[in-house]
Design a protein around this ligand. Structure first.
Ligand SMILES: [Zn+2]
Length: 409
């Protein structure tokens, strides 16, 4: 991440305005529909019925508890930031205003953004029912034109997945022609209206799909309903949006936004859940551990709206969480550290116990060989005993976190 943003005062102000104007998009990214009431985002307001709403004329979120937030306030809450410069930097990062190179410090604010996306005309496109989205995505993975390309398969194998995993979890490549892919889905009798990634064009409303980011699709599964909740693209040539991009067609005719979805992968043991960052990473960890333990992947370290929903559903159950964010969390100054602390607080707030997992350390120092748990496991689990050792270790953690159960089968 750039240490300092190089910009004139005018550019900074423009960026500030841009970020503020994109409050509805920020909410949407958090999985919140700004057109409806939602749970108050004030951490001190234990809101159970959804008292907060987005107020268009003032472009802020307000609640009767007195909370009134703009985008920067929400970034501060979500990422545990208090310093405005930090919030500003994070905002620029979230909205893709920074270059993709580490040393690129110039702000990139889209020209004419006010005309392109007038904030007061913003309307959240509805998303089709989960069932339809899942049906369309399953179909998409089975098309000839999305067959996994050799280079993509190689990348997945290198990361530790087996050929069988790659097939089973339906990895496939972005088609050359979105028109062709959408056409095939339609001709099989499925109409992808309001399915994120799909949209219609022309006088006869012909279906097509977004195909401009080439790469491979990583399905985000909801393993509890056996549905594909969304599709993330691992981009071949990462652009401003980063390496991982959601398949989305917001602001297009009959299109919809992806939302920010977690992937939920229940293993044989559903009382211990590893929480990691990233859809693909979660799936790799799940496979490397032989589907023995459960894994949940949040779409980004700070994007835990879907995870909070998940915890709500699990209220009262004797389960625990093992936080496995990337090892740069050991650096006190990093955004990921703050996000990690926030995650642990949320888990506790929901009445669950959590343990922080660290790896690749020597005398408490991170050795910087493996950043993600997936990288670490990829080597550690090469032998069968490595996997068993790691699972035994997790079981010990679990035993220390969970209340003893009366023995049942
Ligand atoms: Zn409130």
């Amino acid at each position: 991440m750039a240490a300092k943003i190089r910009a004139s005062k005018a550019e900074r102000n423009e960026a500030k305005e841009y970020i503020k104007a994109h409050l509805p998009q920020y909410l949407e990214r958090e999985g919140i529909n700004p057109e409806r009431n939602f749970k108050c985002l004030n951490p001190n307001h234990d809101d159970t019925h959804g008292d907060m709403s987005y107020h268009r004329p003032s472009n802020s979120c307000a609640c009767h508890c007195g909370a009134r937030y703009d985008t920067f306030d929400l970034i501060g809450i979500e990422y545990g930031l208090t310093d405005f410069n930090e919030k500003f930097k994070k905002g620029c990062e979230i909205f893709g205003l920074l270059g993709q190179e580490e040393n690129d410090e110039d702000l990139k604010i889209p020209a004419n953004w006010r005309e392109i996306n007038p904030p007061d005309e913003y309307k959240l496109p509805e998303r089709a029912e989960d069932e339809l989205c899942s049906k369309v995505y399953y179909r998409l993975t089975k098309l000839k034109c999305t067959k996994l390309k050799e280079e993509h398969k190689k990348d997945l194998l290198r990361r530790g997945l087996s050929e069988e995993d790659i097939k089973r979890f339906r990895f496939c490549s972005v088609p050359d022609s979105g028109k062709e892919a959408a056409g095939e889905i339609v001709s099989s009798g499925i109409f992808p209206a309001k399915v994120p990634g799909f949209y219609t064009y022309g006088h006869y409303s012909i279906y097509t799909m977004v195909d401009d980011t080439k790469g491979y699709y990583c399905p985000a599964f909801d393993g509890e309903t056996n549905q594909i909740a969304g599709m993330q693209i691992r981009a071949d040539n990462p652009q401003k949006g980063g390496k991982y991009i959601w398949l989305s067609s917001s602001r297009k005719h009959d299109g919809a936004s992806s939302g920010a979805l977690p992937t939920i992968l229940p293993g044989k043991d559903t009382s211990l859940w590893i929480v990691t960052e990233g859809i693909l990473k979660a799936l790799i960890i799940y496979c490397l551990l032989g589907k023995e333990v459960s894994v949940i992947g949040v779409p980004g370290v700070g994007t835990i709206g879907g995870f909070k929903e998940f915890m709500k559903k699990k209220a009262g159950l004797n389960i625990c969480f093992v936080e496995a964010y990337d090892m740069d969390k050991v650096d006190e100054n990093k955004v990921v550290k703050q996000a990690q602390q926030n995650l642990l607080r949320e888990i506790e707030k929901n009445g669950f116990k959590a343990h922080t997992l660290t790896w690749d350390t020597k005398n408490g120092q991170w050795q910087k060989n493996y950043k993600g748990l997936d990288d670490f496991l990829c080597d550690y689990v090469k032998t069968k005993s490595g996997r068993e050792k790691f699972i035994t270790y997790l079981k010990k953690i679990k035993a220390s976190l969970l209340q003893p159960q009366t023995k049942t089968a």
